[in-house]
Design a protein around this ligand. Structure first.
Ligand code: FES
Length: 116
C-alpha cells in the first residue's frame, strides 16, 4: 500500500544551514543603488561593493535603509540628512553625529556584516 503523503521534516531540526543569521544576507537580495536592512544595520550596494552603517539615522532614528542612495551618499527619508555610507560622515544636517560603520564581507552568494 502506497501513500502520497509528503515526507515531513522536523521543524525542530538543529541543522538549519539555510537559515540566515542576523548579520548575514544574500548578495542577490541587494540590488546596486539600493539598501537592505540586516539586523540593526543597513547594507548599501554600491558599484561593485557593499558598505554598511547603523540602520537608524543619528538625528532622530529615521530608517536609513529606506533612504535614497546616490553613489555613496544616502539621504535620510525623514529630515533629509545626508551621510557617506562608507565612512559614516555627515554630509548635510540636521544630523550632527556620524554613523557607525561596519565591515561587509562576501563569500560567494552570502554577505556578512561585522564590526568595523
Ligand atoms: S531622522 Fe534622519 S534626518 Fe532626521
Amino acid at each position: 500500500m502506497q501513500t502520497n503523503s509528503p515526507q515531513t521534516h522536523s521543524a525542530d531540526s538543529s541543522a538549519r544551514s539555510d537559515v540566515l543569521k542576523d548579520n548575514q544576507f544574500r548578495v542577490d537580495a541587494v540590488h546596486p543603488g539600493s539598501a537592505l536592512l540586516v539586523g540593526d544595520t543597513a547594507v548599501f550596494a554600491l558599484a561593485g561593493h557593499f558598505c554598511a552603517t547603523q540602520a537608524k539615522c543619528s538625528h532622530k532614528q529615521g530608517p536609513l535603509n529606506e533612504g535614497k542612495l546616490d553613489g555613496s551618499t544616502v539621504t535620510c527619508p525623514w529630515h533629509g540628512s545626508q551621510f557617506n555610507v562608507c565612512t559614516g560622515t555627515v554630509l548635510q544636517g540636521p544630523a550632527v553625529d556620524p554613523l557607525k560603520t561596519y565591515r561587509v564581507t562576501v563569500d560567494g552568494e552570502m554577505g556578512c556584516v561585522e564590526p568595523a
